[in-house]
Design a protein. Sequence first.
Lengths: 261, 261
Amino acid sequence: MSEDTEQPSRGPQLSEQVAQRLSDAIQAGEWGRGARLPTEAALGERFGISRSVVREAISMLRNGGLVTSRRGSGSFVAESPTVSLRLAIPDPGLQSVVEVLELRRPLEVEAARLAAERRTPSQLRRIRNAMVDIDEAVEAGLSGVDQDLAFHRAIAEAANNAHFTAVLDFYNRFLHHAIRVTRTNESLREAFMQQVVAEHQAILDAIAAGDAEAAARAAATHLAHAEARLRQAPTDLLERVEAQRGSTSTSSTEPTGGNSR
Amino acid sequence: MSEDTEQPSRGPQLSEQVAQRLSDAIQAGEWGRGARLPTEAALGERFGISRSVVREAISMLRNGGLVTSRRGSGSFVAESPTVSLRLAIPDPGLQSVVEVLELRRPLEVEAARLAAERRTPSQLRRIRNAMVDIDEAVEAGLSGVDQDLAFHRAIAEAANNAHFTAVLDFYNRFLHHAIRVTRTNESLREAFMQQVVAEHQAILDAIAAGDAEAAARAAATHLAHAEARLRQAPTDLLERVEAQRGSTSTSSTEPTGGNSR
DNA sequence: ATTTAACATCTTGTCTGACAAATTTAGCGC
DNA sequence: GCGCTAAATTTGTCAGACAAGATGTTAAAT
């Protein structure tokens, strides 16, 4: 008789406990995919808590991609639950950037290899266009960083495996936040640009020829050189994000982020 | 003087809008890292909403890793904001698993290479122990899957780059959810086990010897063979997660058509 | 009988007010 | 200044109410 409610042991965060227990229950299959779970009131009674806490708990699960809620209808177990990878953005430093590049390199190399094997004509065209865009941007006096990223993304897309684009986008977001490249050092750019263009061309040629190993080698070379360039001039390329720490006055000037590929 | 509150345009979800605007404000640097943001009451007045909505919005940001809240103190912008990668777990099918393995392979290969270069003595010892654990588990009649994963994880750890362990763990979670390895087919295991042990031994030897290229080659071989083994006997290794759909009420849902590839 | 429209009911979203718990701040004695 | 206590502040939780949509039922119309 007294076991109507599952006693909530008081602890660090009540709503967190409830979210955990709900998550466990879903994981255990108490409610299958897409099934509607009990109303907030019912859950509140079951766990012996108020509706507020139930709502916060469900909100957590919702943000975790485990449930979805429809107003007037109810909350439902998500059709496709998700796993998530979270990456803290530390105080930007050369070390963390290098570690990420270390991981990204084999991915881009493999993407180039797969792209050489699988690229469709239209995907090949898109890679070519991206290369042209880099030239145009550079000649227009822009940094061309965005176009450079687009070039690499086009290659990843041509690998025809969505996970490559997802992971590479993920780490590009990290790099975008972690690095602030100063207005591109003109002399640096001049010196590097020819080399970068040549390396890009080599990758493109290999992919166009369908030569997987050559594409992989070209990509490996390009990325190794890019990392070397980054290591070589770190003080010019890395800048602490201290504007974030300052006051509210810093107007939203977004210094064109990027790296030196 | 009607501009005291930023008019909330009604839309899909009020709390979501507020969360978005708060996120934007933080992103724009209105409050720097670690700074305390206004009280819930103040934010409610600012946005012209009630405290409930403010709380839900902050809850979203908190679950997104953008803010942290301390009872009695306030809510603060997180010291280290995060970027997140989410991966939906689809109806398990061979295709999605193969795509993930395709991405995991170059990572594990690179991890083996780095491990050969950087492993500490204790890390090498841990890899050895993991290999012994596999044998013991198999001899004890277990599947040894967990121990196999631990072996690969030990290698990733020996690479001394936290991103490798993070990403590989991430995809292992995906695989763990997407695949249901049936009670290991004994005959299959018997046939494969010797080969697997030999391949593991090759990786370990190369890492122990500090031969990076040999380690990479051994890992590549191992993973290629593993994928081949998976392709070869997919029906034995893949199993639909249909227990999830069963229990409560499976009315009005498509009958989960066969995704045979 | 089938379709359509109005209605009642249910569920989540939001509002309001209150109290509890924990932290921060202020005050006070010394 | 330092240590202690008390008050003020702030998030966490509770309770009740209404609004906004969605669902299901009933009645009307053809």
